[in-house]
Write a protein that binds this ligand. Sequence first.
Ligand code: ATP
Length: 209
Amino acid sequence: MIGVLGGTFDPIHFGHLRTALDVMQAVDLDEVRFIPLHSAVHRDQPETAAELRLQMVTAAIAGQAGFVADDRELCRQGDSYTVDTLVSLHRDFPDHTLCLLLGMDAFNGFATWRQPEKILSLAHLIVMQRPGEKVASDVWIQSLLTTHQCNDAEKMKHEAAGRILIQEVTQLDVSSTKIRSLIAAGHSPRYLLPEGVRQIIDKNSLYLR
Ligand code: ATP
């Protein structure tokens, strides 16, 4: 099974990396593909150029078996819709089951995504739950869970798509927003992200404002 983790990665940090590793190990994924978005649909645009965000992802995952940087959204240009990315991954990896990794916050807004039903026909969802996070109480999400939730990662391997697994992950209180603010305030982001990423930030004077 292939895990798919999309994000702005502006910059990538240990929150992304640790939770991806938690899921890869818990669900026994063959790999996790980190896919920086080109153009955000539901949030502010990334402030850093695509090539640099990809460079940071590549530096961050160096040496971790199974972690792969994937530039398909950057190459595609335009708005980055997850459904298009999954269609393209299906074309490239027809014999693999796809698992879309997303945070609980993202899952709670899943109804607003483009073609959520099609997404579920192309991939399983693995919702990364940090301690204390709750599933939204809205009717659509609750009925989706009633029909699609699965508590056994092993069972997902035997189905092509359409299952939702809620997976607990390590809680690391770090975000790209926090890192950008630290740097803008003249502080070091050291120990919140890999050293190779910090060096790229330094070299390119990123986030100084
Ligand atoms: P920003 O602060 O700019 O919004 P971010 O740190 O949330 O960025 P994104 O690249 O937008 O990073 O996130 C990609 C995915 O990683 C999202 O699904 C998000 O929920 C998840 N994520 C980000 N930070 C963490 C963290 N500390 N622990 C677990 N998941 C995280």
